[in-house]
Design a protein around this ligand. Structure first.
Ligand SMILES: CC(C)(COP(=O)(O)OP(=O)(O)OC[C@H]1O[C@@H](n2cnc3c(N)ncnc32)[C@H](O)[C@@H]1OP(=O)(O)O)[C@@H](O)C(=O)NCCC(=O)NCCSC(=O)/C=C/c1ccc(O)cc1
Length: 447
């Protein structure tokens, strides 16, 4: 029985159960499907797979995009065997949403399981000690959803509190970490498993001018991060502390990125302006975040950086705008090169690579105390910004428990009365001939 939510509500007694200190990343795991696609052969592979070799101009454009993408290889679950089994995936006149959802609702939790098992092994505690699970994906729209399936696969405690974030796109991982921080700091001894998994199969489509960049950059992967706040137990080791996390919406940019469910899977649009929009807004977003922790004039090169590699041009623009030394975005460029853009999952790969670089002795650039994690998501809103540090304590707890301060409710204007519902419903659906079923409906309505 998914999702029994329970809340204890009081009106006077203070009952704080805060953790000590800020939340920290305690472990990271990543995983990819087995199938590798190399970028220098991708145009041939993709136009061959979709039987679109005749679109020579578009194929040449795909070659130019791949060549300039900063990507060497990607992991992609969809292959020619899957297309042979389900040819409707490349036939735009046939509905294919159902089969896509069918596949991803099994494969997305499985991929997340591989990443989560690595994170749990690094964490060193039993999976049953996980108290909260946040699952972010754009690749699924069914219930029981990916969070419940992952909880079962891992054998999490039945009392684990589950949340699913859907369609946050590239900012999904950042947003999930922000929520994990809030949960960990406000619930003493909470241990939050953040899981992100994406399969491009749900968005895969035949070549089309407006989507060519998406198909040229996106890859499949899963990331899992365990977050907790003090007191830590013996085997736990903080990798990054999260001092402040915020999300900023860039006004009037709803047109820039979007996703929409259709009969042929999830359709997406991606504006050519995205790298410029990020360039024009990044400095102010960061300044607002840093000012809120009292740093009025940060020197960007005194920080370490975990930036979501949305595309090579986005990294170039951030580097140029903030005048970052080239080594600052090394982890982001490495992940882009090795995996492509895996949407919300990618930030787990960047943090994983960054901590390995920091662990390497003598890597001066990566031993800085303060750093920034950045991710950007659809409806272009959602520049999720999290400042990440590894030592300073900064608690921002409220006093006392949360309270319901106001309630509002709403319904559509159309009213349907229960005693006439069977007539209304069977009339509306032109099903008056199903007299037995209609009588059953009447009995159900009556009771
Ligand atoms: C690697 C790029 C794509 C090209 O490099 P470049 O240095 O700009 O090179 P060019 O200027 O030579 O551009 C090559 C061609 O690509 C074209 N192009 C350049 N961006 C564009 C453009 N967004 N549109 C459509 N043509 C373009 C550009 O016009 C040009 O066309 P042509 O003159 O015919 O060669 C680079 O522009 C880049 O990294 N762009 C950033 C991409 C970006 O916005 N990423 C973040 C959002 S991605 C996203 O939301 C996807 C969602 C998605 C989620 C799941 C999925 O399964 C699939 C998709």
């Amino acid at each position: 029985m998914p999702g029994a939510a329970a809340a204890a509500v009081v009106d006077s007694r203070l009952c704080t159960q805060h953790a000590e200190g800020p939340a920290a990343v305690l472990a990271i795991g990543t995983a990819n499907p087995a199938n590798i696609v190399y970028q220098d052969g991708f145009a041939d592979y993709y136009f061959g797979l979709t039987k679109s070799e005749h679109l020579t101009e578009l194929k040449d454009k795909m070659k130019r995009i791949c060549h300039r993408s900063g990507i060497e290889k990607r992991y992609i679950h969809l292959d020619d065997k899957l297309i042979r089994e389900h040819p409707e995936i490349i036939d735009k006149h046939m509905p294919s949403l159902e089969i896509r959802v069918d596949i991803v609702s099994t494969e997305v939790p499985k991929l997340a399981e591989s990443a989560a098992r690595k994170a749990i092994a690094e964490w060193g505690r039993p999976a049953t000690d996980i108290t909260h699970l946040i699952f972010s994906t754009y690749s699924g729209c069914s219930a029981p959803s990916a969070d419940l399936k992952l909880a079962s696969l891992l054998g999490l405690n039945p009392s684990v509190s589950r949340t699913i974030l859907s369609l946050h796109g590239c900012s999904g991982g950042g947003r999930a970490l922000q929520l994990a921080k809030e949960l960990a700091e406000n619930n003493r001894d909470a241990r939050v498993l953040v899981a992100c998994a994406e399969l491009t199969l749900i968005c895969f489509s035949n070549p089309d001018e407006s989507k060519i960049v998406g198909h040229g950059l996106f890859g499949d992967g899963a990331g899992a991060i365990i977050v907790g706040a003090g007191p830590l137990v013996d085997e736990e080791r903080p990798l990054f502390e999260m001092v402040l996390a915020s999300q900023t919406t860039i006004p009037s940019t709803e047109h820039a990125l979007g996703m929409q469910t259709t009969a042929s899977g999830i359709d997406f649009h991606l504006s050519i302006q995205v790298p410029t929009l990020i360039k024009d807004n990044i400095r102010q977003c960061l300044l607002n975040t840093f000012r809120s922790v009292g740093n009025m004039d940060p020197n960007w090169n005194d920080l370490f950086w975990a930036v979501h590699p949305g595309g090579r041009a986005i990294l170039d623009n951030i580097e140029g705008e903030l005048q970052l030394q080239p080594a600052k975005l090394a982890a982001s460029r490495y992940v882009l090169n090795e995996y492509g853009n895996m949407s919300g999952t990618t930030i787990a790969f960047v943090l994983d690579d960054l901590r390995r670089r920091r662990e390497k002795e003598g890597d001066q650039h990566q031993q800085l105390e303060w750093g920034v994690m950045l991710a950007f998501g659809p409806a272009m809103p959602g520049t999720a910004t999290a400042a990440v540090v590894d030592s300073r304590l900064c608690t921002q707890h409220a006093e006392g428990p949360a309270a319901v301060l106001a309630i509002g409710i709403a319904n559509p204007a159309n009213i349907v009365y229960q005693d006439g519902f069977a007539d209304y419903y069977f009339g509306l659906t032109k099903s008056e001939h199903l007299t037995e079923l209609k009588d059953k409906m009447k009995r159900i309505c009556h009771r």
